[in-house]
Structure formats: structure tokens, C-alpha cells
Design a protein around this ligand. Structure first.
Ligand code: FAD
Length: 482
């Protein structure tokens, strides 16, 4: 058997702009393309239900793309270390290449694997395929990680973003014989109960889908992104998040596409690039503060007096809180695996403030239901909302879900789409149906409390409870310091 190179695909499920694959192609040896499904190694953050749905299709798309060049995608289940070692032995693998991941459990695992493979005499090289810059590359003037976004963004803008890596596909040499592979179906990534049926109407989870989404955004939406991004009732954002998470698109490809069309000079393009930088900031925080998926970055919130309550949590999860904008978001999430960013902020705020549920409970639900569930961005988003993260919204700033709805969904288009039982209500009542006169409700065919719930908690009562919890937290901290 002749020597082989091995590319270990992980969250970089693409051919182009894939530095690990480029290195394998230029090594001039037959290439084994490998994906290992090892959810146990990612616990407690192994992919949730919606993520697994996406992963299934992304793998299928990658396998099709590789097959064009005669390279089969080998799929294995099991301990990554063992799978790699077995393949390295069987195929005389002299080099293993992968693109880095930054989740704490994965960093630990990969470091150990790298060491073992090296001991076996295998050359191992890892690359940055998922970020514009390595988290280590960006430091403030005192050499410390940034904790505030604006200076982070200013610093990032001063650095040259590398061009996407060109992969010379014609240099890819198929392996001498196909390695044994499990079937994609055998991984059981698709649900047995078909809660995913609507996902197919909303997504094309393939590389082609990623390219189309990027092009559509750049040609149709980027110009109005600055204002459009806040309106959940219009298609104003890129919906690139799941493609970026699974690496069907690299951030450098996105960055370059925006620059090339000149869109970066407009307000929309500039704002959009700053959002890509928020993603970088999330990874920067996760890497430097690896406890944050479970623990607040701001220790003053370590003993916050949450009031866990299964009934409240379930009302929120099911989109039955009685607050239309919150319920619309939660139902959009359930039906499509995605929720608009503005509504993520409103729904998350409602959970951690009005309902006083721990942010970790919300993060866990998003983890299971989002197709773009991403440990870095999800952790940052929830800690931001709960006031305990880097550069977070202060806890005392409590979103009013009625005013937020009226401001960002003034005609009720978003609510009507996801909470159809309210669609006959006039716009002036759609964000607070309990204020509608009985005759208006009757005409709209709504019996409050039957067809649509009454608010689980009154806005003012929820606000006061949240502020009281914040005061109690201050007392807890003072008592601890005494
Ligand atoms: P666009 O507005 O088109 O932005 C382009 C890209 O920039 C996104 O695809 C994403 O990669 C990045 N981006 C945009 N906003 C943010 C942000 N606030 N933080 C980090 N990256 C951002 N995003 C995830 O990708 N995965 C998550 O698990 C996730 N959980 C979140 C939880 C909460 C509570 C909140 C408030 C936000 C969360 N976000 C998460 C961030 C944001 O909501 C999504 O990235 C965005 O809605 C994705 O839609 P889009 O691709 O159309 O975004």
C-alpha cells in the first residue's frame, strides 16, 4: 500500500477555501477524506436535533462534491483517536490535516490526538479554516483578550484579512482503495418523528445553497441591511449562520465577496462585516474564557436568584407566553430551526427577565432547536441578554415586548406569519391582543385564553420581579464580600 494523506473534516464541510484540504492536495499523495461522528466527545454540547438535521445534509453535499474528484468521503463512528490511528495504520498515512475548532472540549481532545499521532510518526498540521483571525492573534494593548466589542472591531479592521485559500481540485488524488465507510443514514442524524418537515421549505443545506444565499444577500439585500436587519417581517439578513457554523462557507469567502462587489463601502456592507466580526468576538471570548458556556463571565451573576419554573419554561418553548412577538419567534424557531436576531434578543430577554429563568435553560433550548447552534455565538448571545457577559446589555435594561413588537414589526407581518391565529387582528392590537375591545377580538375570531393565551405574566409585574431579583443579587454579592 502506498502512502496517503488524510484530511479530517469537522466543521469545515466544503472543498474551496479549505486550508486543510489544500495542504493535502498539494502533498501529492492519495487523499483520504474522513468525517468522524463522535458526539460523546463533545458532551454536554454534542449537536442538538436541528444541528444534526443540518449535518446530515451537509455531509451528503460534501460527499457529492468530493465524489466528482473520485475521492470518497469516509464516514466513521467511534472514538476519534482510535479511528484516526486505525486508518493511519491501514493506509500508511504519513500526514493528517485538519482545520481547528475552538470549543473547550474539542481543543483538549485535538491537542491529545495531535500528540499521539506525532508519537506514531505521523505529520500533523492544523489550520484556521473557520475564522478571519485566530483568537490568539487578537490582543489589546496590554496583551490581554478583549472584553468589549468596539475596540475589538477597531483592532480587527486594522488587520489584513487573508484571501480565501484556493484548493487545486485537479491535484486531488483518490485513495488507492476505498476505505470502509459507514452509511450516512446509519449515523441516525435525521429525526424519526418528522418535526423537520418544514425545514425543507426553508433551507437548502448544501454548498450550492450556501453560495446561492451569499449571492442573493449581496445582490438583493446588503444595500438595505443596516435598517432591514432589524425587521423580522422582511427578508433583511443573510441567513448564512448555519452555513458558517458547519463551514459550508468560510468567513474569508464571505468577507471577500462583500469586498469584491464594493458593498463593503456602503453602510449596509460595513454593518454586515461588523456582524461577521461579532462572530469572531464570540470565538475570541469562548477561547479565552472557556467556562462561559456554563458560567457567567461576570462573576457578580454567579449566584443570581433565578426562579426555575417548568411551566414558564414550557410556555416559552412552545410559543405560548401570550406575548405575540415572543411567541412568533419561538414558533419560527421550532418550524424552521432559525430565529431572527432581533427576536432572539426579545425572546431571550423575556425568558431571563420577565420569567426569571436561568439563561442556561434558554441556551440549552436554542442549542437543540437552532440549525445554526454554535457554542461561541449562543453563549455570547445568552450572556449578553442576561447582562452577565462581555459587553453585555445591563440587566436593568428590560425590553418591553409590546414596544419592541410595535417598533420592529409595525404592521404585524411577522406575528401574522408565525402566530396565524392573530392574523385577523388589526395591527394596533396585534402586539397586545388583551387590549383589543371584545368586539374586535370577536371579529378576529379570537377567544383570549382559548385560541391564544393571555400573557403568562403582566409586563409591569415581570419587570418589577426582574428588578427585585437584580437588587437581591446585589445583596447576595455584598453578603459574600462581607
Ligand atoms: P446576519 O445578520 O446576516 O449576519 C451575518 C453573520 O454574522 C451571521 O450569519 C453570523 O455568523 C454573524 N452574526 C450576526 N449577528 C451575530 C451575533 N449577534 N453574534 C454572533 N455572530 C453574529 N448565532 C449563531 O450563529 N449561532 C447561535 O447559536 C446563536 N445564538 C444566539 C442566541 C441569542 C440569545 C442571540 C441574541 C443571538 C444568537 N446568535 C447566534 C446570533 C445571531 O442571532 C445570529 O447569528 C443571526 O441571527 C443569524 O442570522 P443571519 O445569518 O441572517 O445573520
Amino acid at each position: 500500500m502506498s502512502e496517503h494523506s488524510l484530511v479530517w473534516f469537522r466543521q469545515d464541510l466544503r472543498i474551496q477555501d479549505n486550508p486543510a484540504l489544500a495542504a493535502a492536495a498539494s502533498a501529492g499523495l492519495p487523499v483520504i477524506a474522513l468525517f468522524i461522528f463522535a458526539p460523546e466527545e463533545e458532551a454536554p454540547w454534542s449537536p442538538g436535533g436541528a444541528s444534526k438535521w443540518w449535518l446530515h445534509h451537509a455531509l451528503s453535499s460534501l460527499a457529492d462534491e468530493l465524489a466528482v474528484f473520485g475521492v470518497p468521503l469516509v464516514i466513521r463512528r467511534g472514538k476519534s483517536q482510535d479511528v484516526l490511528r486505525a486508518l493511519a495504520d491501514e493506509y500508511h498515512v504519513s500526514s493528517v490535516f485538519w482545520n481547528r475548532r475552538y470549543e473547550p472540549a474539542i481543543v483538549e481532545r485535538d491537542t491529545a490526538i495531535k500528540q499521539r499521532l506525532k508519537q506514531q510518526g505521523v505529520h500533523v498540521q492544523s489550520f484556521n479554516g473557520s475564522l478571519l483571525f485566530e483568537p490568539e492573534q487578537i490582543r489589546n494593548q496590554s496583551g490581554k483578550p478583549f472584553r468589549v466589542f468596539t475596540p475589538f472591531w477597531k483592532h480587527l479592521r486594522s488587520l489584513p484579512v487573508e484571501m480565501p485559500v484556493h484548493v487545486a481540485e485537479d491535484l486531488l488524488i483518490p485513495p488507492v482503495s476505498a476505505a470502509e465507510s459507514e452509511s450516512l443514514e446509519s449515523l441516525g442524524l435525521l429525526p424519526s418523528i418528522h418535526w423537520d418537515k418544514d425545514f425543507y421549505h426553508h433551507w437548502d443545506p448544501s454548498r450550492k445553497g450556501a453560495e446561492t444565499a451569499l449571492q442573493t444577500f449581496i445582490f438583493d439585500r446588503v444595500g438595505s441591511y443596516k435598517t432591514g436587519r432589524d425587521l423580522p417581517g422582511v427578508e433583511g439578513t443573510s441567513k448564512l449562520s448555519p452555513y458558517l457554523h458547519w463551514g459550508q462557507l468560510g468567513p474569508r469567502e464571505v468577507w471577500q465577496a462583500v469586498q469584491q462587489t464594493g458593498a463593503a463601502d456602503g453602510a449596509g456592507g460595513y454593518t454586515f462585516l461588523s456582524e461577521i466580526a461579532w462572530r469572531e468576538f464570540a470565538y475570541h471570548l469562548l477561547y479565552h474564557f472557556p467556562d462561559t458556556p456554563e458560567q457567567p463571565l461576570n462573576q457578580a451573576y454567579s449566584h443570581f436568584p433565578w426562579q426555575p419554573d417548568g411551566v414558564y419554561l414550557e410556555a416559552w418553548q412552545s410559543g405560548l407566553t401570550g406575548y405575540p412577538i415572543v411567541d412568533a419567534g419561538m414558533r419560527q424557531l421550532w418550524k424552521t430551526g432559525w430565529m431572527h436576531n432581533r427576536v432572539r434578543m426579545i425572546a431571550a430577554s423575556f425568558l431571563v427577565k420577565h420569567l426569571l429563568q436561568p439563561w442556561q435553560a434558554g441556551a440549552a433550548w436554542f442549542w437543540d432547536t437552532l440549525v445554526d447552534a454554535d457554542l461561541a455565538s449562543n453563549t455570547m448571545g445568552w450572556q449578553w441578554t442576561a447582562g452577565c457577559g462581555a459587553d453585555a446589555a445591563p440587566y436593568f435594561r428590560i425590553f418591553n415586548p409590546i414596544l419592541q413588537g410595535e417598533k420592529f414589526d409595525p404592521d404585524g407581518v411577522y406575528v401574522s406569519t408565525w402566530v396565524p391565529e392573530l392574523k385577523k387582528l388589526p395591527a394596533r392590537y396585534i402586539h397586545q391582543p388583551w387590549e383589543a375591545p371584545a368586539a374586535v377580538l370577536q371579529q378576529a375570531g379570537i377567544r383570549l385564553g382559548k385560541d391564544y393565551p393571555k400573557p403568562v405574566i403582566a409586563h409591569q409585574a415581570g419587570r418589577e420581579r426582574a428588578l427585585a431579583a437584580l437588587s437581591a443579587n446585589k445583596q447576595i454579592n455584598l453578603a459574600e464580600q462581607a
